[in-house]
Design a protein around this ligand. Structure first.
Ligand SMILES: Nc1ncnc2c1ncn2[C@@H]1O[C@H](COP(=O)(O)OP(=O)(O)OP(=O)(O)O)[C@@H](O)[C@H]1O
Length: 251
């Protein structure tokens, strides 16, 4: 009974942020940031360089802690119940964090063990997660031999091993060629289609599709949180984004 209620709550509030603020000394990086992600949607966190995206991700993953505001993951308060909240999150950071000399499968097993998952359960989950990213054929390969796009896909698969409800990705296509980028964007949209709540930080509007939600972050503040098609109206999303984030006084 309680489980069912908790599950219902989780579905309602995949990730809820309210009144979040953060400063590096005198520099205000985030200010009064509030939004709630719709479950099972692909939400882009769209902001130019320096908007505060990485700072927000550091707070969502508890690398940083702020006294200002509240973060709730699947109904769990991150400050009060960090283990419960973090166990519902999968994270792909901007910088790759792979052991190049291990095989794909060994990397997956190692990460599963960090989550207390081992043996057959780990192997089954690894196989499932790799399949979701179209990486099942690569399990035996050394990570060193994979191209950049496949390495990233492996990292995304790895972030799914503990079956999180929310997947956070911080500019996951940085440094990849166009084709690899497209493949990753498509795979992660598929993950959202299958019910995962995706939060994808980017400054590239071409990674966003109609049907996605968009949180526009600029100078530490949320300027908009709307479906992509509502945000752009009858204009290209790039025009709207450039206009919203234009520096005052610039031509
Ligand atoms: N360690 C730090 N010390 C001081 N200021 C910082 C630090 N890290 C980030 N900032 C500042 O905080 C603001 C937000 O930076 P953040 O890295 O979160 O932005 P971002 O949107 O992730 O940008 P990028 O796309 O360049 O990674 C920027 O003005 C940045 O200069």
């Amino acid at each position: 009974m309680t489980m069912t209620m908790q599950d219902d709550i989780s579905r309602m509030t995949a990730l809820d942020v309210s009144g979040l603020g953060y400063s590096y000394g005198a520099r205000r990086a985030l200010d009064g940031v509030s939004f709630a992600l719709r479950p099972g949607r692909f939400t882009a966190l769209l902001g130019p360089n320096g908007a505060g995206k990485s700072t927000l991700f550091a707070l969502l993953t508890r690398l940083f802690v702020s006294g200002e505001g509240k973060i709730t993951v699947a109904g769990h308060d991150l400050a009060r119940s960090p283990r419960a909240a973090l166990s519902r999150i999968g994270v792909v950071f901007q910088q790759p964090t792979l052991d190049l000399d291990m095989s794909v499968a060994a990397n997956m097993r190692y990460f599963a063990a960090l989550h207390g998952i081992s043996g057959r359960d780990a192997d089954r989950r690894a196989a499932e997660a790799l399949a979701r990213l179209g990486m099942q054929e690569r399990a035996a390969e050394k990570v060193r031999n994979l191209n950049g796009g496949h390495r990233r896909r492996m990292e995304i698969a790895r972030a799914l091993i503990h079956a999180p409800q929310v997947l956070l990705l911080d500019e996951p296509t940085v440094g990849l060629d166009f084709k690899s980028r497209q493949a990753i964007v498509a795979h992660v949209h598929d993950l959202a289609q299958s019910g995962l709540t995706v939060f994808w930080a980017t400054h590239l509007v071409d990674e966003i599709r109609d049907g996605d939600d968009v949180v526009v972050l600029h100078r530490g503040k949320v300027l908009a949180h709307e479906p992509a098609e509502t945000l752009r109206g009858d204009r290209p999303l790039s025009d709207v984004f450039i206009a919203m984030t234009a520096e005052e006084g610039a031509a």
